[in-house]
Design a protein around this ligand. Structure first.
Ligand SMILES: [Zn+2]
Ligand SMILES: [Zn+2]
Length: 125
């Protein structure tokens, strides 16, 4: 499996780091990520959501990136790095709280354009 870069369309997108946030009202698994493309160098914040409540098809996964400037990338990197256990959705640290607030609010950090969704597609290799 590879991830297609929404900017250059090469199958060269990687998840650099992620923090698992567990379930919310809409999804069973939510993660806030930083993704980067090894081909064009694009870096962005991404949100991965998976729902197991509906039929098990491609529609049950929603993965998208948002255009993010350097400062916002650094802010999100710092939030993820501050957590002692980013793969644990039950972790109650300040980093987990801030990541949740960011997703819920959809306004922070400045420099992240929440209105522009760039869909990330999985490609079978
Ligand atoms: Zn790219
Ligand atoms: Zn945490």
């Amino acid at each position: 499996m590879a991830l297609r870069c929404p900017e250059c369309e090469a199958n060269a997108l990687r998840v650099e780091t992620a923090i698992e946030l567990g379930s919310d009202a809409r999804s069973d698994e939510v993660a806030l990520q930083i993704v980067n493309c090894t081909r064009c160098g694009m870096e962005a914040v991404a949100v991965y959501e998976e729902s197991r409540r509906g039929a098990l098809d491609d529609d049950s996964v929603d993965h998208r990136a948002y255009p993010t400037d350097r400062e916002a990338l650094a802010a999100v990197r710092a939030i993820i790095a501050s957590c002692p256990s980013p793969r644990d959705p039950n972790c109650g640290c300040r980093g987990h709280q801030r990541a949740r607030e960011m997703l819920r609010g959809g306004t922070e950090p400045a420099g992240l354009d929440w209105s522009r969704r760039l869909p990330i597609v999985y490609v079978r290799s």
